[in-house]
Design a protein around this ligand. Sequence first.
Ligand code: SF4
Length: 225
Amino acid sequence: MFSVARVIALLGNEYPSVPAQTDRRRPPLDELILTILSQNTSDVNSRQSFRRLWSRFGSWQAVAGAGAAAIEEAIKPGGLGRVKAERIKVVMKKISRERGELSLDFLAHLPQEGAGAWLRRLPGVGPKTAACVLLFSLGKPALPVDTHVYRVASRLGMLLPKVSAEKAHDILGGLVPAKDVYRFHVLLIEHGRHLCKAQRPQCSRCPLLIGCPYGALQIEKQREV
Ligand code: SF4
């Protein structure tokens, strides 16, 4: 199995435009809402939903006070509008009740573990959503394991078959050094979108083929046909 450093080096060569650091630094509540909006849709759609939500209401207090139907209407480009609108309302209610204000800025002062645990206690917030807030907003090295990261890491043999999403966060979080978390995350997503697709991965063109058990099997199968 390739080391994390080797995976990063090879994918870094393959995708030279992938940045080393995030240029996203929204307040943590904004990042949380954006991440909820990104569930089961593209980045383009979730950003559009976020912009529409903000331009319609102008503050999180106004969103929290709005009816679910009005929120649903604002975020409809991203799909699952009703589910996401209700989730946003429930999350905001819980934050307001626990903190006395609609802000997650206090998380910046907690250690990563404590901040992640606090976020995961919010309704509908799992390890991936929590890690997105920690990594992109707060600059804490938590690794979000989305569908691309999970698939590529599994094929490379970094995750055992059918390991849960929760466990995958623990395993990969333990493998990737803090300084490499952001880069590993974005490079695996890029790879999952371009070559290591869910259907028909392009193994013969992949720079990781020499260290990839799944890729070796695919090439073997192609030879047998
Ligand atoms: S060799 Fe194939 S399965 Fe392995 S990482 Fe590359 S594209 Fe994915």
